[in-house]
Design a binder for this molecule. Structure first.
Ligand code: PLP
Length: 509
C-alpha cells in the first residue's frame, strides 16, 4: 500500500523580500493620504525595505508555504493528548460574522448583548455538561486555567486560615503543565507514582495526604488513555484531608455527555476548548481554557463574569404562553467586574471571544446527544486502532482505553535499533502526522495515539497498515527507517539547536 505524498522540492524557496520589483504593488488599491498626515513623526520609520510585490506573487508565495507544512486538512493527525480532530467550517463562519469579529472590546454592555449572550450560553452549557456550578471563560489556554485554579485554591485556603496547605499532588502521568503551574503558584509538588495498572492507587495517595495538602491535580482519563476507576475513593480521601480536587480536562473528548467531573468529586476543572470543541490549536493566536468551579469556589473566579438578569417588564403571561421556548430575549446581559473575592482577570478584556463563538456553535450543532456520541466514537476509534496495533507493537496497558492509547517501541528498539522517534518520522513520509512521542514519561519509547472521532474506518485502516509496514521494514532494513523522512521539505533537524538558537529574524542585506 502506498500513501506516499508527492515529493517536495527541497531547494530553498525565496523569501517574500526576494520577490517583486519596485512599483508592482497596490495596482488596485487607491493611494491614501501619506502616513505623516495621521502618525507622529517619531513613530514613523523610513528605513524599512518593505517588499513590492504583485498580488499574484503574494498569493503564490503563501500558498506554496502552506503546502510545505502539515495540518489536519491534509491528512491523519493522531497526536495523542492534543485531540487534533476536524474543525467544521461552520464554527469559523460563525466566529467571523461581522457582528462578532468587528465588535470592539470596549463596546458598552448595552450594545454588546448578542456577544454577551454567546458567552452566557456557553458558560451555562459547559456548567451543565461538566457538572460545575460556574465557569469563567477568561483564561486563554489549559495551562493558563491551571494557574488560575491554583491561584483560586491559594486564596480559598488563605481565607479559611489554612495557608499552611502548600502541597500539590500530581500523578507521574500528568502533563508537564500541571507541576509547572503548581510550582509557578508557589506550591510544592508531590509526584505520585502510578500503579501497575497505570492509575493512581488509593493506598499511595493516602500516604501523601495530610494537613499540608492543598490540591490533587488529576487527568481522567489519564494520559495513558485509562479511566481512573477509583476516582470517587480518591476524591473522598483528598476531601477528608481538607484538600481540593482539580480536573485537567484536556482529555474531555473522552467523556463529554457520558460522565461529569463534578459528579466524580472535582472542585475545579479546565477545558481546552481548542481540543474538545474543535477549535484549531492556536486558532491564529491564543487558545481558550475555560475554568469551572464547584459552588464553594464561585466567588473566586477570575473577572469578568457574565451575568444575566430578567429585563423589566418581564414577559406577560400571555406572551409566555404564545412563545414558551422563545430565546432569552427578556434577559439583560452584563459583565460583572465587582467581585471582591475574585482572583482578578487572567488576561485583558473578556476572553478569546472568537473561540467562545466557535465552541458554542459546535455545542449547538451537535446537541447533547451528539456530544455524547462524539465521545463514544472517539473511544471506539481508539480501541479499534489499539487492538490492531497490538499485533505488531507492544501496548503496555492492554485493556479498554478511552480516547487514546499508548504503544511502545521498546522491544523493536532492542531488536533493530529503531526507536519511537524513527517510526514517527517514517509516518511523515506517508502523509500522516506522527503520534505524540515520549509522553507520558513512564512508558519507554512511547507513542501516544489519539485517532479522534472525526476519522473514518478507511483512514484508521490505512494508518494501521502504514505503521505495520514501517515496523516490518524496520526489521528488514532499519537504516531506511532511521533515515526517514525523505519526502518532506525538511528532513531531520537538530531539535535542540532549533529550540535554543531559533533563526527567525530577517535582516535586510
Ligand atoms: C493533559 C494536558 N493537560 C494540560 C495541557 C495544557 O493545555 P494548553 O496547551 O492549552 O495550555 C495539555 C496540552 O496538550 C494536555 O495534553
Amino acid at each position: 500500500m502506498s500513501t506516499q505524498t508527492s515529493s517536495f522540492d527541497r531547494t530553498e524557496s525565496p523569501l517574500i523580500f526576494d520577490l517583486g520589483a519596485p512599483g508592482r504593488a497596490n495596482r488596485y488599491v487607491e493611494q491614501g493620504p501619506p502616513l505623516e498626515s495621521f502618525l507622529p513623526k517619531n513613530v514613523l520609520r523610513d528605513d524599512l525595505p518593505l517588499p513590492d510585490n504583485s498580488e499574484l506573487d503574494v498569493v503564490r508565495h503563501f500558498t506554496k508555504l502552506s503546502q510545505r507544512t502539515f495540518g489536519i486538512d491534509l491528512g491523519f493527525y493522531p497526536l495523542g493528548s492534543c485531540t487534533m480532530k476536524y474543525n467544521p467550517r461552520v464554527n469559523d463562519a460563525m466566529a467571523t460574522k461581522r457582528e462578532f469579529a468587528q465588535l470592539h472590546p470596549y463596546t458598552p454592555d448595552e450594545l454588546a448583548q448578542g456577544a454577551l449572550q454567546v458567552m452566557y450560553e456557553l458558560e451555562r452549557s459547559l456548567a451543565s455538561l461538566f457538572g460545575m456550578a460556574a465557569f469563567s471563560l477568561n483564561p486563554s489556554a489549559g495551562a493558563h486555567a491551571e494557574l488560575a485554579a491554583l491561584l483560586i485554591a491559594k486564596k480559598y485556603f488563605k481565607d479559611r486560615g489554612e495557608s499552611k496547605r502548600d502541597k500539590v499532588i500530581v500523578p507521574d502521568t500528568a502533563h508537564g503543565t500541571n507541576p509547572a503551574s503548581a510550582a509557578m503558584c508557589g506550591f510544592k509538588v508531590i509526584s505520585l507514582p502510578s500503579d501497575e495498572r497505570g492509575r493512581v492507587s488509593v493506598e499511595e495517595i493516602k500516604k501523601v495526604l495530610g494537613p499540608d495538602t492543598a490540591v490533587c491535580m488529576m487527568t481522567n482519563p489519564n494520559t495513558l488513555g485509562l479511566f481512573e476507576d477509583h476516582i470517587h475513593e480518591i476524591a473522598k480521601a483528598v476531601h477528608d484531608a481538607g484538600g481540593l480536587m482539580y480536573y485537567d480536562g484536556a482529555n474531555a473528548n473522552a467523556i463529554m455527555g457520558n460522565v461529569r467531573p463534578g459528579d466524580m468529586g472535582f472542585d475545579l476543572m479546565h477545558l481546552n476548548t481548542h481540543k474538545t470543541f474543535t477549535i484549531p490549536h492556536g486558532g491564529g493566536g491564543a487558545g481558550h481554557g475555560p475554568l469551572g468551579v464547584a459552588a464553594h469556589l464561585v466567588d473566586y473566579l477570575p473577572t469578568p463574569v457574565v451575568r444575566a438578569e430578567p429585563c423589566h417588564p418581564v414577559r406577560s403571561e400571555a406572551e409566555s404562553k404564545d412563545r414558551p421556548h422563545a430565546p432569552s430575549d427578556r434577559l439583560q446581559f452584563s459583565l460583572d467586574f465587582d467581585r471582591p473575592k475574585s482572583i482578578g482577570p487572567m488576561r485583558s478584556f473578556w476572553s478569546n471571544f472568537a473561540h467562545a463563538v466557535r465552541a458554542l456553535a459546535y455545542i449547538y450543532a451537535n446537541g447533547a446527544d451528539g456530544l455524547k456520541k462524539v465521545s463514544q466514537l472517539a473511544v471506539l476509534n481508539a480501541n479499534y486502532v489499539r487492538v490492531k496495533v497490538a499485533d505488531f507493537l507492544e501496548t503496555p496497558y492492554p485493556e479498554i482505553c478511552r480516547h487514546e492509547f499508548v504503544a511502545s517501541a521498546q522491544d523493536l528498539k532492542k531488536e533493530t535499533g529503531v526507536k519511537a522517534l524513527d517510526l514517527a518520522k517514517a509516518l511523515l513520509d506517508h502523509g500522516m502526522m506522527a503520534p505524540t512521542m515520549y509522553f507520558p514519561l513512564i512508558v519507554p519509547e512511547c507513542l501516544m495515539i489519539e485517532p479522534t472521532e472525526t476519522e473514518s474506518k478507511e483512514t484508521l485502516d490505512q494508518f494501521i497498515a502504514v505503521l505495520r509496514d514501517i515496523v516490518e521494514e524496520a526489521k528488514r532494513n532499519p537504516d531506511a527507517i532511521m533515515a526517514a523522512p525523505v519526502t518532506t521539505v525538511v528532513g531531520r533537524v537538530d531539535e535542540t539547536r532549533a529550540a535554543r538558537q531559533p533563526d527567525l529574524k530577517w535582516t535586510p542585506a
